[in-house]
Design a protein around this ligand. Structure first.
Ligand SMILES: C[S@@+](CC[C@H](N)C(=O)[O-])C[C@H]1O[C@@H](n2cnc3c(N)ncnc32)[C@H](O)[C@@H]1O
Length: 244
């Protein structure tokens, strides 16, 4: 049930939820999940109703409460691709809440309104290593990578700075809001617009970047940004595309 719950909180497509594996869970586990479903319904009642309808087919003894919730949510319509949902990711031991548009690919000229796969992989990786010194995140999108890193290494900000940047000003605002949603203190965190090859680059020890390499024409300015930052270490995560 834990995997099912984590995936539902992350808004994976319905076909990716392992319904078969939760057929025989206990009544207590069903009730715990209902609580999560109520949480999901606050920002996306349509998704909650879709899951509940399927669960009621495999949980024949479910109580009236489940049907009451279903009748409340059943008339909801799907969120538009640009509507904001509150998605909850499980990274290491942490739950990270993100206000984002999970089903949008690009909008307003940027792809930064949702969290991408490589950000999740890099965030997981950062749970197992120690980062020291000043850090710069490039193409931050929703801010997932920086948030996940600080959740694991809160003391980093005692003596160092974290620069959370993106070429799109609106995206930087999204990242800042998400940061403040998850972490109580943003002292020594700088949110700034940094378009590679154009804007000044802070001096740092480490660069983080996830899924920013899909357009090969910008790679020279990306690499130039690495060089200008003086970073000794660049942690770059990219989703591999298979054409065949
Ligand atoms: C696919 S999104 C990835 C966002 C986030 N890192 C993630 O993995 O969820 C790529 C991000 O890079 C930013 N970006 C693309 N080209 C850029 C450039 N030349 N300078 C700065 N940011 C850029 C976009 O605005 C967008 O937020």
């Amino acid at each position: 049930m834990d995997i099912f719950t984590a995936r539902a909180l992350q808004r994976v497509q319905l076909y990716s939820l392992p319904f078969e594996e939760v057929k025989d869970v206990t009544e207590e586990e069903q009730n715990d999940f209902l609580e999560k479903l109520v949480l999901i319904s606050k920002s996306n009642p349509y998704y909650a109703s879709q899951i509940l309808q399927k669960l009621l087919n495999i949980w024949p003894t479910a109580s009236d409460e489940y049907y009451e919730y279903l009748s409340e949510w059943i008339a909801s319509i799907p969120l538009s691709p640009t509507s904001i949902d509150t998605v909850i990711y499980t990274i290491g031991d942490h739950l990270i809440h993100m206000k984002e548009c999970p089903s949008v690919i690009a909008s307003g000229g940027t792809t930064g309104n949702r969290t991408w796969e490589a950000a999740l992989a890099l965030s997981e990786y950062l749970q197992n290593i120690v980062i020291k010194g000043n850090v710069l995140e490039l193409g931050c999108g929703t801010g997932m990578v920086s948030i996940a890193m600080i959740m694991k290494n809160k003391s980093l900000l005692t003596n160092n700075h974290l620069f959370i940047t993106d070429g799109d000003e609106n995206v930087v605002n999204i990242a800042e809001n998400n940061y403040n949603l998850n972490l109580p203190n943003n002292a020594n965190v700088v949110f700034q617009t940094l378009f590679w090859g154009t804007d000044p680059v802070p001096q740092v020890d480490t660069i983080l970047a996830a899924d920013v390499t899909y357009d090969s024409s910008v790679i020279p300015s990306l690499v130039e940004t690495f060089v200008q930052s003086g970073a000794k270490r660049v942690l770059l995560a990219a989703t591999r595309q298979f054409n065949n």
